[in-house]
Design a binder for this molecule. Structure first.
Ligand code: SME
Length: 163
């Protein structure tokens, strides 16, 4: 997996002026799901303003019943609470987990923070998350995590616009 090529392509998709925040994020989901064989479901959850709750944003993959997730629930809700990336190598051993499909074996969730302009690091406000499910166990490496943390900075303005 060449993450530097993937990142350049992601920049190209997100950098264009045409389209809307939704259409750019949607294209990015479809592109990454297609190019990374271990990304079987790629989507965004958006943090609702003034409520400790996430709602489903653009995604590529099977539809999910988890269209709203309170902070603290599931992998997504726990990552929102902690503000840290959350990697689950084997979802069958995760206790606070919301299942989407029995084919899913591992998951990574990476928080997205409000765009630079403001605030000192410890007051960063979460605006959304990148969520990826894989049909492979232990699919996500440190390289995935580093790539997705960079991607989170790139998509932050468009994710913020959906709140
Ligand atoms: N598995 C997630 C729910 C979202 S789906 O993966 C799309 C969780 O436990 O929060």
């Amino acid at each position: 997996m060449d993450f530097s090529i993937l990142y350049s392509e992601a920049e190209r998709i997100m950098g264009g002026d045409e389209g809307t925040s939704v259409s750019r994020l949607q294209r990015l989901c479809e592109f990454l799901k297609e190019k990374a064989p271990h990304y079987n479901w790629f989507g965004f959850y958006i943090a609702e303003k003034g409520r400790r709750e996430l709602f489903l944003g653009p995604f590529a993959g099977e539809p999910t019943e988890h269209t709203r997730i309170p902070f603290g629930r599931g992998i997504c809700g726990q990552a929102a609470d902690s503000g840290e990336a959350f990697v689950v190598d084997d979802v069958s051993s995760a206790s606070n987990y919301l299942a989407c499909s029995i084919r899913v074996k591992s998951e990574i969730v990476v928080p997205i923070f409000a765009h630079e302009r403001e605030i000192v690091a410890h007051e960063r406000e979460i605006v959304g998350e990148i969520d990826i499910d894989s049909h492979q166990a232990r699919a996500f490496s440190e390289e995935d995590r580093a790539f997705l943390e960079r991607l989170a900075l790139l998509v932050a303005p468009d994710v913020e616009a959906l709140r």
